[in-house]
Design a protein around this ligand. Sequence first.
Ligand code: ADP
Length: 518
Amino acid sequence: MSLSLFSNYRQRQLEALLEISRALTARLDLPSLLRTILGYAAEMIGAEVGYVALLTPNGALRVASGYGLPSNVFHALAPYLAQKRAERDFWNEAELRRQLKIVAEATHIPLEQVVSLPLVLEDEEIVGGIFLFRSGSIAFTAGDRSLLRDFADQAAIAVRNARQMEQLREEKARVEAVIANSPNGVMILDPDLRVVIINRAFSELVGVTEEDAKEKPCHEVLALENLSGDHLCQEGRRPPPPTSVWHGEGDIIRPGYKRTTVGITYFPLFDRNGNLINVIATLTDITRYREAEELKSTFISVISHELKTPVSLIKGYASTLAREDANWDHDMIREIGQVIEEESDRLNDLINNLLDASRIQAGALKLDIEDVSLEHIARTALERLRTQTDNHHFELDFAEDLPTVQADSRRLRQVIDNLINNAIKYSPEGGVIRVGGWQEDGRVVTYVADEGIGIPKDEQSSVFDRFFRVDSSLRRSTQGVGLGLFLVKAIIEAHNGEVWLSSEPGKGATFFFALPLT
Ligand code: ADP
């Protein structure tokens, strides 16, 4: 080769390599990159046919890009390559000759020369190979091989980049899936504290769609009340400094929804130069935890109050009886004994209710199922409870031939006793208390109606909650811990039944429960 020819050739080679690195930085997809590299390599060493084969995860080679290669050659080569591993001996002369033969036969070109180089990453990992073939008797030279080395290196870089891109894509998809499906609310903010994205859980918690939230200042999207701790989403707040994570709590109050208490953590994300990139806010619904805490303190105050009253009465009367300086007549002793007995019964009822409530919470309410006549239970309850009051009038109102239900009679007695007791307690002026029932749609509906103080509309949905008592002067003067209706509901639901009420404040309340007939 003359000098000028040689320098032309070098020039062309440099141009080709430059072109390839441009293509690499332009982040073209892997097949087009390999096609470009292979095209230049073939042109530079005067090959008529060639291909780049890549290693598949199971260790076989697969043609990724061809040059002058009809599709039938892919088929002819596939079984050969599939058996081969890209081990060092794969590149030996004998194997290359076998390949040459397959390619020459399939292409019908009298190919006689073959050259190949593995594609090797920095860590020596072989990711595939480049194979070039030409006709004629002039063998590939060491110079051809070294030229090819540059192209093989470029192809290896293209493969590595493609792999990294793929890994990035996978990681991104994974992170996105975690965020999207996290049961906790996630909100990502830009450095100006505007919303970049919110996930589904966040959107459900605050009642704002992702579209509506996007680009809004975060205090418009997350308006919390009753704040405690540190909060970022408030007007005029600045992002937290590096290395600091903020925690706060607050309530989400939406018209028509129950109050939701949330815990929120703000986590700032910085780049290598310490610039804030994002703030990630996670929102956890801690309503139940809060409710449990409130319940615990209600429990302690209610129970201590309710336990104290009978205990101090019993103690007072017992010590009165024990006084040595007093001489009690028979009637007095009987009366005191009666009070002690009644108060002990109250204590016993309270303890039993508490035990039942904790059994229900633990899901351990056992039912002894038998045929039960609701009318019979109501009648005996009324006979027993009638003696407690003089100013109430009791009526039974059961449909004729009401079928029996399959139920736990002891538990149903507890339900009816509770409802009648409440009817007496919450109609201090007296009036009619009616207990009745009928059959409809495969179930028996029973009710207890009174003409008492009734229940305000906005409290009606809460009366079945544990320790709930409607706040009124009467409530303050009547005994009770707010467990009765909770137990009623739990018992009826354990029978696959349903409880509800209708009430007009000042005019009375009617409690219903329905039990299925099968
Ligand atoms: P308690 O009677 O021990 O307070 P309950 O669970 O039986 O607890 O009842 C919860 C609350 O519901 C009561 O405090 C009362 O305010 C209200 N309530 C229950 N039954 C009636 C009724 N028949 N009439 C009016 N209010 C009622």
